[in-house]
Design a protein around this ligand. Structure first.
Ligand code: TXA
Ligand code: MG
Length: 338
């Protein structure tokens, strides 16, 4: 059965709609909702069967833990067995906002949330609808991105409906998620803290608060075009084969169109824009990482719907402010598109 879609004003969400969504969560259902990063697929984090439904709906492996969202730092702290000074300093600076902290789990966090591990990932989202929902439901909400596992994260309610529409109960549609890229995940159980997933909060912003941050397993910035990401797990990927090329990718785009392929070119503005030509759909994204992030998934979703044979993406600069974008693009790339 298709899910119910409720339209909300992002700045003044109607209390009646929030009460209905809260009721769905409280009875163990699944509600997708906007955050300032991407849309999340929420369930009552205290209820193991409800969280198990998230994994079933997404086709997510049980070994991949989910983030728990709370309305404020105090509620987050209640889910952690320890609250080190770095957590306090980071929470004060970045919450509510796109930072997820990994901490030792409290006993009241179900195993399904943490994938049986000793830690729990916690985040206080800033989006007014996420905040209002957390307060209306008066629950911690477990929420991964609201997409089938390995697919592109959703930045609009339509993306959620297309990916999960028949598998969930409700979607709160409050327009596009402004940040456009997932939160930064930082493990603060170690000293120094370790970056587990680069995201909207950059390493430099974290280091301004806590000193050194380990980059961990985060893929290093690409020096050269990555046509063969190899060891990287394919994730955050469109269905259309995607390849990364040194900017500007005009030459590669031309080469592919000469072979008769319909190509979507995600170019870096202002360089590399080529006049519209047959068989090429060009989309230029701003050469500034936060603005680029805000439009990346939205643009990939559109290109993916356009029935193209190939998506060619200009590789952004190799500086650390682009780290999260490099990470997502490399995971979206197809190892051997030819
Ligand atoms: O911006 C976001 O973080 C969005 C919105 C909805 O909040 N959520 C999101 O969730 O991106 P998800 O499930 O798509 O990604 C969560 C990431 C995964 O890489 C997961 O492995 C990691 O966080 N994670 C969750 N719990 C963890 C834990 N206890 N230890 C280490 N990593 C964890
Ligand atoms: Mg995800």
């Amino acid at each position: 059965m298709p899910c119910e879609v409720l339209h909300l004003d992002p700045d003044a969400p109607a209390p009646e709609a929030l009460a209905r969504a809260a009721a769905v969560l409280r009875r163990g259902g699944l509600v997708a909702f906007p955050t300032e990063t991407v849309y999340g697929l929420g369930a009552d984090a205290r209820a193991a069967p409800a969280v198990a439904r998230i994994f079933a709906a997404k086709g997510r492996p049980a070994t991949n833990p989910v983030i728990v969202h709370t309305a404020d730092a105090e509620a987050a702290r209640a889910l952690a067995a320890a609250w080190p000074a770095v957590a306090e300093a980071l929470a004060r600076r970045f919450w509510p906002g796109p930072l997820t902290l990994v901490l030792p789990r409290a006993a009241n966090v179900p195993d399904v949330v943490t994938a049986g591990g000793p830690t729990v990932a916690l985040r206080v989202p800033a989006h007014p609808v996420a905040q209002a929902l957390l307060r209306a439901a008066d629950l911690p909400i477990a929420a991964p991105s609201a997409n089938r596992s390995t697919e592109l994260s959703p930045t609009r309610a339509e993306h959620v409906v297309r990916s999960l529409g028949n598998r969930i109960d409700m979607v709160l549609d409050a327009g596009p998620a402004s940040g456009g890229l997932e939160s930064t995940v930082l493990d603060v159980t170690t000293t120094p803290p370790r970056l587990l997933r680069p995201g909207l909060v950059t390493p430099a912003e974290l280091e301004a608060i806590v000193g050194r941050v380990l980059r961990g397993d985060v893929p290093v910035l690409a020096e050269a075009p990555a046509r063969s990401p190899g060891q990287l797990e394919r994730h955050y990927a469109p269905h259309t084969p995607l390849e990364l090329v040194a900017a500007p990718g005009a030459e590669r785009v031309t080469q592919l169109t000469l072979r008769g392929l319909r190509v979507g070119w995600l170019a870096l503005a202002p360089a590399g824009i080529m006049a519209a030509s047959d068989g090429v759909t060009t989309r230029a994204l701003p050469a500034e990482p936060k603005e680029y992030a805000a439009r990346l998934y939205e643009t990939l979703h559109r290109l993916d719907e356009a029935g193209l044979d190939r998506i060619v993406v200009d590789l952004p600069p190799s500086t650390e402010s682009w780290l999260a974008i490099h990470d997502r693009l490399r995971r979206a790339a197809t190892s051997s598109p030819d």
